[in-house]
Design a protein around this ligand. Structure first.
Ligand code: AMP
Length: 483
């Protein structure tokens, strides 16, 4: 299938070419014919599959073929996304794909002044890419008119549900014209999303992209290690893998910040992105990472949602995720659009049940790895006490299972107070090859996929001149609360 076969206007075809897209990705081939016909869609696909263009190209075609008339433009396409970063990425993709068409797009999300959004809305915009919280604020203040919406896109439905946006989305749905096209994208299909689909889609075409499963394109490995040696192990790992961008996940904002600082002190180009940063700071960190100025980005799960950096080669789970689904979301950041990538997960004695839960979800054993020559018996490095303590957040109870192999014992490294034990933190330094980490099944690295890569050759997003429209700058926090 070629892009020419969908009937896009020639200007869009040349923009597609300029983006470096030579052929549609599977989600694009499967979804776009139905979307071009005006049908509703349930798209089961993760970020990284090319789903953004799968909905933007038909929307842009509709807008180009039926150009707005009259002095005031009404919002004709509304795209809801869970995070500001994702909203920005969609908006930028709309600008790139719609270059030269005169179509206007604007973003609406919390954490920044209303004034810029108000003036963009007053000037008139064709596409609004919004996070639900701030959009509801505008609706409450009657500063946005949604009576002309022809297409609604709900992107990353499961993430929006996880973040508690479902009641807000239902309010937004109730305020939209009944006669419209609705496209719902979600990586997974929990009951809540099934319910939402039944409520808002009419005879939808359902498209599922098989290769959205990162298991297929990513090689996974877990590294048993003591909590206190994680930073050293990471530094060693980065030293041995000198190429490619690295996204590191920690469980808390504080750990993300401190870890990035420690890595930077050690000479690595590292930065962090977490909810304590202002929007302007986050943008500097993200742009620097995308442009390759920072090789390492340390992030929390919420901050990293939907991040699209085409060439992340390594994802490191410095702390295990709190649910197995989060594992797939995290590693979905690498191996994107059928590229290959590597996922490295550091596990301590406490993480056994989560590792097993991840293996059950992936239906794959995770390879256990040990870095040859790394001193797993080293004592706590001075000045790195920060990382001795296990994360503060409670574990996801659903996955806590009795750990039969060995009871965990309080971890009290020298010079560390008893505070962690008294607060209920328990951990023990892992021993490489310790049985507690053994998989039920034989482990081995998954073979890399040799499918062709879809992405652009250069990896970094070309930030071409904006089509038109405005983009809010600065500000702090998420519309859903600062995380
Ligand atoms: P998405 O899943 O929409 O976040 O897209 C992931 C990445 O794939 C983005 O960097 C897109 O620019 C890129 N992409 C989307 N469609 C194509 C295509 N047909 N060929 C090459 N790259 C693409």
């Amino acid at each position: 299938m070629t892009f020419e076969s969908f009937g896009f206007p020639s200007l869009l075809l040349s923009n597609i070419k300029a983006m470096g897209y030579t052929a549609p990705t599977p989600i694009q081939s499967q979804a776009m014919p139905a979307v071009m016909q005006g049908r509703d869609l349930m798209g089961l696909a993760q970020t990284g599959t090319g789903k953004t263009a799968a909905f933007l190209l038909p929307i842009l075609t509709r807008l180009v073929n039926n150009k707005p008339t009259g002095p005031r433009r009404k919002v004709r396409a509304l795209i809801l996304a869970p995070t500001r970063e994702l909203a920005e990425q969609i908006h930028e993709a709309a600008m790139d794909l719609g270059r030269g068409t005169g179509i206007r797009s604007t973003t609406i999300y919390g954490g920044c002044a209303m004034s810029r959004q108000l003036s963009a809305l007053r000037q008139g915009t064709d596409i609004v890419v919004a996070c639900p919280g701030r959009l509801l604020d505008h609706m409450g203040q009657r500063t946005i008119d949604l009576s002309g919406v022809e297409v609604l896109v709900l992107d990353e439905g499961d993430q929006m549900f996880d973040m508690g946006f479902l009641p807000g989305i239902k309010k937004i749905l109730a305020a939209l014209p009944r006669q419209r096209q609705t496209l719902l994208f979600s990586a997974t299909m929990p009951d809540a999303i099934r319910g939402l689909a039944a409520e808002c889609l009419t005879e939808p075409e359902t498209v599922r992209v098989g290769n959205s499963n990162p298991v297929e394109t990513v090689s996974h490995a877990i590294y048993p290690v003591g909590q206190h040696l994680k930073t050293r192990l990471l530094q060693e790992l980065l030293d041995r893998n000198k190429s490619g961008s690295v996204l590191v996940f920690t469980r808390t904002k504080h750990r993300a910040k401190r870890l990035a600082e420690t890595l930077a002190k050690g000479g690595l180009s590292a930065t962090s992105i977490q909810g304590n940063l202002s929007q302007a700071q986050r943008k500097i960190a993200m742009d620097g990472f995308r442009a390759g100025r920072y090789r390492v980005l340390v992030a929390t799960d919420i901050a990293a949602r939907g991040i699209d950096v085409s060439q992340i080669e390594h994802v490191v789970n410095y702390d295990v995720p709190s649910t197995p689904e989060t594992y797939t979301h995290r590693i979905g950041r690498t191996g994107r659009a059928s590229r290959t990538g590597e996922a490295h997960t550091f596990v301590t004695g406490e993480d056994v049940s989560m590792v097993r839960a991840i293996e059950r979800l992936l239906r794959e054993p995770l390879a256990r790895k040990k870095l040859e020559g790394f001193d797993y018996n080293a004592s706590v490095p001075a000045g790195e006490r920060e990382f001795q303590r296990p994360p503060l957040e409670p574990r996801a109870r659903a996955y806590d299972r009795p750990q039969a192999a060995r009871p965990s014992r309080p971890y009290r490294p020298s010079g560390h107070s008893d505070r962690s034990a008294s607060e209920g933190y328990t951990s023990h330094p892992a021993q490489p090859g310790d049985n507690i980490y053994a998989s039920d099944r034989p482990a081995g690295d998954r073979p890399r996929s040799d499918r062709p890569a879809y992405g652009r050759p250069q990896g970094n997003r070309p930030l071409g001149p904006r089509v038109q429209g405005s983009r809010p700058q600065g500000g702090t926090g998420y519309s859903s609360g600062n995380r």
